[in-house]
Design a protein around this ligand. Structure first.
Ligand code: GLP
Length: 266
């Protein structure tokens, strides 16, 4: 494991420090040469991660009601979406809400054997809140146009991410360069195994459209959520303060960003 003195508190909130204990120090250059913009908050459990993530979204919209926010799918953000659905103190009316990625629908007759990410976003959050919603499915032919939509809306202000077990962010799989554009990608075998109960079932996607690393790294603020023991190793690899970013672990490029908040329950 890496040096725990690297842990720093996110602002806000700043948790009170018990008498006799010192607040963790901001890492010095020698401690963290490759992760200077990272605020890593080690939280006690997944529920606290969800609450804190929802508080960051609320704070973003309080500061800028017309913020452009990019939302992820997956199991990890479900708690955050539950928290956001419960909060009645957020004004979403001027917000611009974007998808992070979407499966490319395969040629297949019959009902889809998977949930599209548009349906996921709709069910988890978007049908409960106001604001302008931008879906990716009509951009398979021209992913750059979706990316342009975000920049035309002065975004992204906030990109929220999970992390794949192979270090992918959105669907930027290992091998992705930090300047990679939004594009159609082939899903890595490990990603299909993680996302589908039976990846050999007919009708499941083999490709996806993803926001590229360049657009993600162009966000003013990046919020990554990682919970559960299964994510501990890949997070430690991605954010190791002494090793440079590496194309084999796309999440490690976040170490080059000036404003990343990482919320974990480990
Ligand atoms: C998918 C998504 C990612 C997500 C990842 C992890 O592949 N494209 O955006 O971060 O899964 O999902 P989970 O949170 O279920 O582990």
């Amino acid at each position: 494991m890496y040096d725990q003195t690297y842990a720093v508190s996110v602002k806000p909130p700043v948790s009170p420090v018990a008498p006799g204990l010192e607040r963790p120090k901001q890492p010095t250059m020698s401690q963290a040469p490759f992760a200077r913009g990272l605020h890593w908050l080690h939280l006690p459990d997944a529920n606290t991660v969800a609450q804190q993530a929802a508080a960051i979204v609320a704070e973003q919209l309080a500061q800028k009601p017309s913020a452009s926010i990019v939302f992820p799918t997956g199991n990890t953000p479900l708690g955050m979406y539950a928290q956001l659905r419960q909060r009645n103190d957020i004004n979403w009316e001027k917000s611009r809400l974007f998808q992070l990625d979407e499966y490319v629908r395969p040629e297949f007759d019959g009902p889809l054997p998977y949930q599209t990410f548009a349906d996921f976003m709709q069910n988890e959050l978007w049908r409960f809140v106001g604001g302008q919603k931008f879906y990716m499915a009509q951009y398979f032919e021209c992913p750059a146009a979706y990316e342009a939509l975000i920049t035309q809306n002065q975004g992204p202000d906030l990109v929220i991410l999970g992390i794949g077990k192979n270090g992918h962010i959105a669907f930027n799989e290992p091998g992705s360069q930090p300047d990679s554009p939004s594009r159609i990608v082939a899903l890595a075998p490990l990603t299909r195994m993680s996302n589908f109960a039976d990846p050999t079932q007919p009708g499941l996607p083999t490709q996806a459209i993803t926001l590229g690393l360049k657009a993600i790294l162009g966000a003013r603020h990046i919020l990554m959520l990682a919970t559960g023991a299964g994510k501990q190793d890949i997070v430690a690899t991605a954010f190791h303060p002494q090793t440079p970013p590496d194309i084999n672990c796309p999440a490690s490029w976040l170490k080059q960003h000036p404003n990343v908040t990482l919320l974990t329950d480990f």
